[in-house]
Design a protein around this ligand. Structure first.
Ligand SMILES: C[S@@+](CC[C@H](N)C(=O)[O-])C[C@H]1O[C@@H](n2cnc3c(N)ncnc32)[C@H](O)[C@@H]1O
Length: 186
């Protein structure tokens, strides 16, 4: 996870690239990405999925994602929304939900692109709860987790919703280990 750009849009980093590589194996009818940032992950998602919805709390991120994706032929399959997590969407609306959350442990939220709560997982938990609500039958949630945060606490939380957890991809950096996690109902 790197620092933000001057305009506060998250600069794609190792976590972004690990997630992009991992999501290439998924093809779904309706996919949601929570926290699109620059839109790079969403650009990849739209290639293999029939309908892609991207959301971000930051309007500048939504505008920047629009600028980078709107020239692509797949743009007609994309919807962008400025909102908090998956709050506007109805239950069961998506088959796949993807997110690279802010995961740095932080007592105070100074930067919503990186600060993940006191254990670094509180934002992830809130997003997971919302993602599971708007996940259709047989759907999957795919997200990034970092060893800098309370990963075990996060996995326990996810399992508490009746989901199984599988690490589908890993990267060891010199200061942290990143995982891409697939959660599905068991
Ligand atoms: C770590 S960045 C990931 C950006 C991009 N997906 C990537 O992988 O490069 C997290 C993103 O979540 C957004 N965000 C933070 N809180 C949010 C919330 N409550 N609802 C939606 N998006 C949020 C931030 O603005 C930021 O763009």
């Amino acid at each position: 996870m790197t620092s933000k750009e001057a305009d506060n849009i998250y600069s794609p980093a190792e976590d972004t690239f690990l997630l992009i590589k991992a999501i290439r194996r998924y093809a779904a009818d309706r996919v949601l990405e929570i926290g699109i940032g620059s839109g790079l992950v969403l650009s990849e998602l739209v290639e293999k999925n029939n309908l892609a919805v991207g959301v971000d709390l930051d309007i500048q991120a939504v505008k920047s994602a629009k600028d980078s994706i709107s020239s692509k032929p797949a743009w007609s399959k994309v919807n962008l929304v400025r909102c908090d997590s998956a709050s506007p969407f109805r239950d069961g609306a998506f088959d796949l939900v993807v997110f690279n959350p802010p995961y740095l442990p932080s007592e105070e939220t100074m930067d919503t692109t990186v600060d993940g709560g006191s254990g670094g997982v509180e934002v992830s938990m809130a997003w997971f709860r919302e993602a599971s609500r708007c996940l259709g039958k047989g759907g999957k949630i795919v997200f990034v987790a970092s060893s800098l945060s309370d990963v075990e606490g996060l996995f326990e939380y996810v399992r508490g919703f009746g989901f199984g957890v599988e690490v589908v991809s890993r990267a060891r950096l010199f200061f942290e280990e990143l995982s891409v996690v697939e959660a599905r109902l068991i």
